[in-house]
Ligand binder design. Structure first.
Ligand code: NAP
Ligand code: ZN
Length: 349
Protein backbone atom coordinates (compact mmCIF):
# COMPACT_ATOMS: atom_id res chain seq x y z
CA UNK A 1 0.00 0.00 0.00
CA UNK A 2 1.16 3.52 -0.73
CA UNK A 3 1.86 5.50 2.43
CA UNK A 4 0.61 8.97 3.31
CA UNK A 5 3.28 10.99 5.08
CA UNK A 6 4.10 14.55 6.12
CA UNK A 7 6.51 16.63 4.05
CA UNK A 8 7.58 20.25 3.60
CA UNK A 9 5.89 21.26 0.37
CA UNK A 10 6.04 24.32 -1.91
CA UNK A 11 2.58 24.17 -3.47
CA UNK A 12 3.32 26.53 -6.34
CA UNK A 13 5.95 28.93 -7.66
CA UNK A 14 6.77 31.67 -5.20
CA UNK A 15 5.31 29.97 -2.14
CA UNK A 16 7.34 28.99 0.92
CA UNK A 17 7.38 25.47 2.39
CA UNK A 18 4.51 24.22 4.55
CA UNK A 19 3.87 20.88 6.23
CA UNK A 20 1.41 18.94 4.07
CA UNK A 21 0.60 15.30 3.32
CA UNK A 22 2.20 13.53 0.35
CA UNK A 23 2.11 9.95 -0.82
CA UNK A 24 5.04 7.48 -1.15
CA UNK A 25 4.70 4.55 -3.55
CA UNK A 26 3.89 1.03 -2.45
CA UNK A 27 7.08 -0.96 -1.98
CA UNK A 28 8.30 -2.76 -5.10
CA UNK A 29 10.46 -5.91 -4.75
CA UNK A 30 13.73 -3.95 -5.12
CA UNK A 31 12.72 -0.98 -2.93
CA UNK A 32 14.05 0.17 0.40
CA UNK A 33 11.83 2.34 2.61
CA UNK A 34 13.34 4.41 5.38
CA UNK A 35 12.36 7.02 7.94
CA UNK A 36 14.20 10.25 7.16
CA UNK A 37 16.12 11.35 10.24
CA UNK A 38 18.05 14.28 8.78
CA UNK A 39 18.10 16.15 5.48
CA UNK A 40 20.59 18.84 4.45
CA UNK A 41 19.67 22.06 2.64
CA UNK A 42 21.77 22.57 -0.51
CA UNK A 43 21.94 25.73 -2.62
CA UNK A 44 20.48 23.59 -5.42
CA UNK A 45 17.30 23.30 -3.31
CA UNK A 46 17.27 27.10 -3.17
CA UNK A 47 17.88 27.41 -6.95
CA UNK A 48 14.90 25.08 -7.54
CA UNK A 49 12.69 26.89 -5.02
CA UNK A 50 13.47 30.16 -6.84
CA UNK A 51 13.02 28.49 -10.25
CA UNK A 52 16.48 29.82 -11.22
CA UNK A 53 16.80 27.28 -14.05
CA UNK A 54 13.22 27.64 -15.31
CA UNK A 55 12.44 23.95 -14.80
CA UNK A 56 10.87 23.78 -11.34
CA UNK A 57 7.71 21.69 -11.00
CA UNK A 58 5.03 21.95 -8.31
CA UNK A 59 4.06 20.81 -5.81
CA UNK A 60 7.75 20.54 -4.86
CA UNK A 61 9.39 18.80 -1.92
CA UNK A 62 13.11 19.68 -1.97
CA UNK A 63 15.86 17.72 -0.21
CA UNK A 64 18.58 15.46 -1.61
CA UNK A 65 20.98 14.97 1.32
CA UNK A 66 18.86 12.32 2.99
CA UNK A 67 19.83 9.96 5.82
CA UNK A 68 17.61 7.66 7.83
CA UNK A 69 16.77 4.26 9.20
CA UNK A 70 15.26 1.41 7.18
CA UNK A 71 11.65 0.56 8.09
CA UNK A 72 10.74 -1.90 5.31
CA UNK A 73 12.37 -3.74 2.40
CA UNK A 74 11.03 -5.31 -0.77
CA UNK A 75 11.19 -9.07 -1.28
CA UNK A 76 14.31 -8.93 -3.51
CA UNK A 77 16.38 -6.62 -1.30
CA UNK A 78 19.61 -8.20 0.02
CA UNK A 79 21.91 -5.34 1.09
CA UNK A 80 19.60 -3.77 3.70
CA UNK A 81 17.53 -5.01 6.61
CA UNK A 82 15.03 -3.22 8.83
CA UNK A 83 16.89 -1.04 11.34
CA UNK A 84 19.94 -0.38 9.11
CA UNK A 85 21.09 3.16 8.38
CA UNK A 86 20.48 4.22 4.78
CA UNK A 87 21.02 7.30 2.64
CA UNK A 88 19.95 8.80 -0.65
CA UNK A 89 21.69 11.61 -2.49
CA UNK A 90 20.76 13.18 -5.81
CA UNK A 91 20.28 10.07 -7.96
CA UNK A 92 17.37 7.64 -7.47
CA UNK A 93 17.20 5.98 -10.89
CA UNK A 94 18.89 5.75 -14.30
CA UNK A 95 18.60 3.45 -17.32
CA UNK A 96 21.28 1.09 -16.01
CA UNK A 97 22.42 0.02 -19.47
CA UNK A 98 23.92 2.97 -21.39
CA UNK A 99 27.68 3.61 -21.61
CA UNK A 100 27.51 6.13 -18.74
CA UNK A 101 25.63 3.77 -16.43
CA UNK A 102 27.99 0.90 -17.41
CA UNK A 103 30.89 3.20 -16.55
CA UNK A 104 29.40 3.93 -13.10
CA UNK A 105 28.65 7.49 -14.18
CA UNK A 106 24.89 7.35 -13.61
CA UNK A 107 24.88 11.13 -13.21
CA UNK A 108 25.42 11.31 -16.98
CA UNK A 109 22.88 8.60 -17.94
CA UNK A 110 22.10 8.92 -21.66
CA UNK A 111 18.39 8.35 -21.02
CA UNK A 112 18.38 11.06 -18.35
CA UNK A 113 18.94 10.46 -14.68
CA UNK A 114 16.04 10.56 -12.20
CA UNK A 115 16.89 12.91 -9.35
CA UNK A 116 15.56 12.53 -5.82
CA UNK A 117 13.29 15.55 -6.28
CA UNK A 118 11.81 17.64 -9.08
CA UNK A 119 12.41 14.91 -11.71
CA UNK A 120 9.78 13.11 -13.76
CA UNK A 121 8.73 10.07 -11.69
CA UNK A 122 7.86 7.10 -13.89
CA UNK A 123 6.10 5.38 -10.96
CA UNK A 124 3.76 8.16 -9.80
CA UNK A 125 3.47 9.87 -13.18
CA UNK A 126 4.20 13.14 -11.38
CA UNK A 127 7.44 14.48 -9.95
CA UNK A 128 9.85 12.88 -7.51
CA UNK A 129 9.39 14.36 -4.03
CA UNK A 130 12.55 14.91 -1.98
CA UNK A 131 13.86 14.31 1.49
CA UNK A 132 12.17 17.15 3.40
CA UNK A 133 9.73 14.45 4.46
CA UNK A 134 9.13 11.80 7.12
CA UNK A 135 10.08 8.87 4.88
CA UNK A 136 11.61 7.99 1.52
CA UNK A 137 11.34 5.02 -0.86
CA UNK A 138 14.24 4.26 -3.21
CA UNK A 139 15.48 1.33 -5.30
CA UNK A 140 18.12 -0.66 -3.44
CA UNK A 141 20.70 -0.07 -6.18
CA UNK A 142 20.55 3.71 -5.59
CA UNK A 143 20.36 3.55 -1.79
CA UNK A 144 23.64 4.04 0.05
CA UNK A 145 25.03 2.42 3.18
CA UNK A 146 25.84 4.95 5.92
CA UNK A 147 28.90 4.40 8.11
CA UNK A 148 27.74 3.80 11.71
CA UNK A 149 30.49 5.85 13.31
CA UNK A 150 29.80 9.26 11.74
CA UNK A 151 27.50 11.81 13.40
CA UNK A 152 24.43 11.22 11.24
CA UNK A 153 23.14 14.82 11.13
CA UNK A 154 26.57 16.19 10.20
CA UNK A 155 27.07 13.39 7.65
CA UNK A 156 23.86 14.18 5.71
CA UNK A 157 25.57 16.91 3.60
CA UNK A 158 28.09 14.35 2.34
CA UNK A 159 25.30 12.99 0.09
CA UNK A 160 25.46 16.03 -2.21
CA UNK A 161 27.99 18.64 -1.05
CA UNK A 162 30.48 15.89 -0.19
CA UNK A 163 30.34 13.84 -3.38
CA UNK A 164 30.16 16.94 -5.61
CA UNK A 165 33.62 18.04 -4.48
CA UNK A 166 35.11 14.56 -3.83
CA UNK A 167 34.53 13.45 -7.43
CA UNK A 168 36.50 16.26 -9.16
CA UNK A 169 39.21 16.21 -6.47
CA UNK A 170 39.76 12.53 -7.33
CA UNK A 171 39.34 12.93 -11.09
CA UNK A 172 41.90 15.77 -11.24
CA UNK A 173 44.27 13.96 -8.84
CA UNK A 174 44.28 16.27 -5.84
CA UNK A 175 46.90 15.02 -3.41
CA UNK A 176 50.36 15.47 -1.97
CA UNK A 177 52.45 18.08 -3.76
CA UNK A 178 49.39 19.73 -5.36
CA UNK A 179 48.01 23.18 -4.64
CA UNK A 180 44.20 23.08 -4.65
CA UNK A 181 42.16 26.28 -4.66
CA UNK A 182 38.58 26.39 -3.40
CA UNK A 183 36.42 29.30 -4.53
CA UNK A 184 33.38 30.12 -2.34
CA UNK A 185 33.23 29.05 1.26
CA UNK A 186 29.73 27.63 1.61
CA UNK A 187 28.37 24.10 1.92
CA UNK A 188 30.40 22.65 -0.97
CA UNK A 189 33.44 24.84 -0.34
CA UNK A 190 33.93 23.82 3.27
CA UNK A 191 33.64 20.12 2.32
CA UNK A 192 36.24 20.68 -0.42
CA UNK A 193 38.71 22.09 2.12
CA UNK A 194 38.33 19.09 4.42
CA UNK A 195 38.53 16.50 1.65
CA UNK A 196 41.42 18.06 -0.30
CA UNK A 197 43.38 18.38 2.94
CA UNK A 198 42.71 14.74 3.83
CA UNK A 199 43.97 13.78 0.34
CA UNK A 200 47.25 15.53 1.22
CA UNK A 201 46.92 18.68 -0.91
CA UNK A 202 47.81 22.23 0.09
CA UNK A 203 44.49 24.11 0.16
CA UNK A 204 43.97 27.81 -0.57
CA UNK A 205 40.51 29.30 -0.14
CA UNK A 206 39.26 32.26 -2.17
CA UNK A 207 36.31 33.99 -0.55
CA UNK A 208 34.35 37.23 -0.89
CA UNK A 209 33.65 37.20 2.87
CA UNK A 210 36.31 38.73 5.10
CA UNK A 211 34.80 37.00 8.16
CA UNK A 212 35.20 33.55 6.62
CA UNK A 213 38.90 33.94 5.79
CA UNK A 214 40.12 33.17 9.33
CA UNK A 215 37.63 30.35 9.66
CA UNK A 216 38.99 28.74 6.47
CA UNK A 217 42.22 27.97 8.32
CA UNK A 218 40.30 26.40 11.21
CA UNK A 219 38.65 24.15 8.60
CA UNK A 220 42.07 23.05 7.36
CA UNK A 221 43.04 25.52 4.62
CA UNK A 222 46.72 26.52 4.47
CA UNK A 223 45.82 30.01 3.31
CA UNK A 224 42.74 32.11 2.66
CA UNK A 225 42.51 35.01 0.24
CA UNK A 226 39.77 37.62 0.17
CA UNK A 227 39.22 37.88 -3.56
CA UNK A 228 39.00 41.70 -3.56
CA UNK A 229 42.61 41.81 -2.26
CA UNK A 230 44.34 42.06 -5.66
CA UNK A 231 47.85 42.02 -4.16
CA UNK A 232 47.24 38.74 -2.34
CA UNK A 233 45.47 37.29 -5.42
CA UNK A 234 48.54 38.12 -7.56
CA UNK A 235 50.76 36.12 -5.18
CA UNK A 236 49.07 32.97 -6.47
CA UNK A 237 49.27 33.85 -10.20
CA UNK A 238 50.22 30.73 -12.23
CA UNK A 239 50.76 28.69 -9.04
CA UNK A 240 47.58 26.66 -8.38
CA UNK A 241 47.15 23.18 -9.92
CA UNK A 242 43.40 22.72 -9.50
CA UNK A 243 40.62 25.11 -8.53
CA UNK A 244 37.19 23.88 -7.44
CA UNK A 245 34.75 26.74 -8.09
CA UNK A 246 31.62 26.39 -5.94
CA UNK A 247 30.15 29.86 -6.47
CA UNK A 248 26.38 29.88 -6.93
CA UNK A 249 26.05 33.22 -8.77
CA UNK A 250 27.61 34.94 -11.78
CA UNK A 251 31.26 35.85 -11.14
CA UNK A 252 34.49 36.45 -13.04
CA UNK A 253 36.19 33.08 -13.58
CA UNK A 254 39.09 34.73 -15.46
CA UNK A 255 40.51 35.88 -12.11
CA UNK A 256 40.86 32.21 -11.18
CA UNK A 257 42.03 30.93 -14.58
CA UNK A 258 44.98 33.30 -14.17
CA UNK A 259 45.95 31.59 -10.93
CA UNK A 260 46.42 28.23 -12.67
CA UNK A 261 49.82 26.67 -13.25
CA UNK A 262 50.57 25.10 -16.66
CA UNK A 263 47.93 22.41 -17.46
CA UNK A 264 45.89 23.43 -14.44
CA UNK A 265 42.08 23.33 -14.38
CA UNK A 266 39.31 25.41 -12.95
CA UNK A 267 36.46 22.97 -12.34
CA UNK A 268 33.07 24.59 -12.00
CA UNK A 269 30.67 22.77 -9.71
CA UNK A 270 28.60 25.84 -8.78
CA UNK A 271 25.56 26.48 -10.97
CA UNK A 272 25.29 30.21 -11.68
CA UNK A 273 22.10 30.51 -13.73
CA UNK A 274 23.71 33.02 -16.14
CA UNK A 275 26.46 32.19 -18.71
CA UNK A 276 30.06 32.93 -17.69
CA UNK A 277 32.57 34.65 -19.98
CA UNK A 278 36.11 33.40 -20.59
CA UNK A 279 38.94 35.49 -22.05
CA UNK A 280 40.88 33.45 -24.64
CA UNK A 281 44.32 34.46 -23.37
CA UNK A 282 43.48 33.25 -19.87
CA UNK A 283 43.31 29.67 -21.13
CA UNK A 284 45.61 29.53 -24.15
CA UNK A 285 48.46 30.82 -22.00
CA UNK A 286 49.56 27.90 -19.83
CA UNK A 287 47.36 25.36 -21.67
CA UNK A 288 44.79 25.82 -18.93
CA UNK A 289 41.36 24.18 -18.80
CA UNK A 290 37.97 25.36 -17.71
CA UNK A 291 35.72 22.39 -16.98
CA UNK A 292 32.83 21.21 -14.87
CA UNK A 293 31.67 18.29 -12.78
CA UNK A 294 28.28 17.06 -11.63
CA UNK A 295 27.81 15.16 -8.32
CA UNK A 296 29.23 11.61 -8.69
CA UNK A 297 28.04 8.09 -9.48
CA UNK A 298 26.54 5.71 -6.92
CA UNK A 299 29.71 3.61 -6.46
CA UNK A 300 31.84 6.73 -6.10
CA UNK A 301 29.40 8.14 -3.54
CA UNK A 302 29.71 4.94 -1.51
CA UNK A 303 33.51 5.18 -1.84
CA UNK A 304 33.37 8.82 -0.64
CA UNK A 305 31.37 7.78 2.45
CA UNK A 306 34.13 5.26 3.25
CA UNK A 307 36.78 7.96 2.77
CA UNK A 308 34.92 10.29 5.16
CA UNK A 309 34.51 7.48 7.67
CA UNK A 310 38.26 6.78 7.53
CA UNK A 311 39.22 10.46 7.90
CA UNK A 312 36.33 11.35 10.23
CA UNK A 313 35.03 14.03 7.86
CA UNK A 314 31.55 15.51 8.28
CA UNK A 315 30.02 18.92 7.61
CA UNK A 316 29.92 21.85 10.05
CA UNK A 317 26.17 22.22 10.42
CA UNK A 318 23.40 24.26 11.95
CA UNK A 319 20.74 21.74 12.94
CA UNK A 320 17.27 23.28 12.58
CA UNK A 321 13.66 22.34 13.26
CA UNK A 322 11.27 21.78 10.36
CA UNK A 323 9.43 24.96 11.39
CA UNK A 324 12.63 26.98 10.75
CA UNK A 325 13.09 25.84 7.15
CA UNK A 326 11.84 29.01 5.41
CA UNK A 327 14.04 31.20 7.59
CA UNK A 328 16.99 28.92 6.76
CA UNK A 329 16.36 29.41 3.01
CA UNK A 330 16.34 33.20 3.54
CA UNK A 331 19.65 33.00 5.36
CA UNK A 332 21.17 30.65 2.74
CA UNK A 333 20.25 33.17 0.01
CA UNK A 334 22.32 35.77 1.92
CA UNK A 335 25.29 33.41 2.41
CA UNK A 336 24.58 33.45 6.15
CA UNK A 337 25.27 29.84 7.16
CA UNK A 338 28.30 28.07 8.61
CA UNK A 339 28.27 25.93 6.63
CA UNK A 340 25.21 23.77 6.03
CA UNK A 341 21.66 23.77 7.41
CA UNK A 342 20.37 20.31 8.25
CA UNK A 343 16.74 19.67 9.17
CA UNK A 344 16.02 17.39 12.12
CA UNK A 345 13.11 15.57 10.52
CA UNK A 346 11.79 14.28 13.86
CA UNK A 347 10.53 17.84 14.40
CA UNK A 348 8.15 17.61 11.42
CA UNK A 349 4.64 16.66 12.49
P1 NAP B 1 26.33 27.98 -0.60
O1 NAP B 1 26.46 27.25 0.70
O2 NAP B 1 25.35 29.08 -0.73
O3 NAP B 1 27.80 28.50 -0.99
C1 NAP B 1 28.05 29.26 -2.15
C2 NAP B 1 29.19 30.23 -1.86
O4 NAP B 1 29.48 30.95 -3.05
C3 NAP B 1 28.83 31.32 -0.85
O5 NAP B 1 29.00 30.90 0.48
C4 NAP B 1 29.81 32.41 -1.21
O6 NAP B 1 31.10 32.12 -0.65
C5 NAP B 1 29.96 32.26 -2.72
N1 NAP B 1 29.12 33.24 -3.43
C6 NAP B 1 27.77 33.34 -3.42
N2 NAP B 1 27.36 34.35 -4.22
C7 NAP B 1 28.49 34.87 -4.75
C8 NAP B 1 28.74 35.94 -5.67
N3 NAP B 1 27.73 36.67 -6.20
N4 NAP B 1 30.02 36.19 -6.01
C9 NAP B 1 31.03 35.49 -5.48
N5 NAP B 1 30.86 34.48 -4.59
C10 NAP B 1 29.60 34.19 -4.25
O7 NAP B 1 25.97 26.95 -1.76
P2 NAP B 1 26.37 25.40 -1.93
O8 NAP B 1 25.26 24.57 -1.39
O9 NAP B 1 27.75 25.19 -1.50
O10 NAP B 1 26.26 25.27 -3.53
C11 NAP B 1 27.11 26.01 -4.35
C12 NAP B 1 26.70 25.89 -5.80
O11 NAP B 1 26.94 24.57 -6.24
C13 NAP B 1 25.21 26.16 -6.06
O12 NAP B 1 25.08 26.83 -7.30
C14 NAP B 1 24.63 24.76 -6.16
O13 NAP B 1 23.45 24.71 -6.90
C15 NAP B 1 25.75 24.05 -6.87
N6 NAP B 1 25.77 22.60 -6.74
C16 NAP B 1 26.22 21.91 -7.81
C17 NAP B 1 26.33 20.54 -7.75
C18 NAP B 1 26.89 19.79 -8.91
O14 NAP B 1 26.79 18.56 -8.94
N7 NAP B 1 27.53 20.43 -9.86
C19 NAP B 1 25.95 19.86 -6.58
C20 NAP B 1 25.52 20.61 -5.51
C21 NAP B 1 25.44 21.98 -5.58
P3 NAP B 1 32.05 33.25 0.01
O15 NAP B 1 31.21 33.94 1.03
O16 NAP B 1 33.15 32.47 0.57
O17 NAP B 1 32.48 34.16 -1.11
ZN1 ZN C 1 22.88 19.54 -3.68
Amino acid sequence: MASEIKALVAEKAGTTLSPLTISRRELMPDDVQFDVLYCGICHSDLHQMQNDFGMSQYPMVPGHEIVGKVTAIGSDVTKFKVGDLAAVGCIVDSCGSCASCDGKLEQFCEQGVTFSFNSADKYSGGQTLGGFSKSYVCKEAYTLKMPESLDLAAAAPLLCAGITVYSPLRHWNAGKGKKVGVVGLGGLGHMAIKMAKAMGAEVIVFTTSQNKAADAKRLGAHDAVVSTDKVKMAEYASKVDLIIDTVSAKHDVNEYLNLLAIDGSVVLVGLPPEPLEIGAFNIVMGRRSFSGSNIGGIAETQEMLGFCDKHNITADIELIKASEVNQAFERLAKGDVKYRFVIDMSTLS
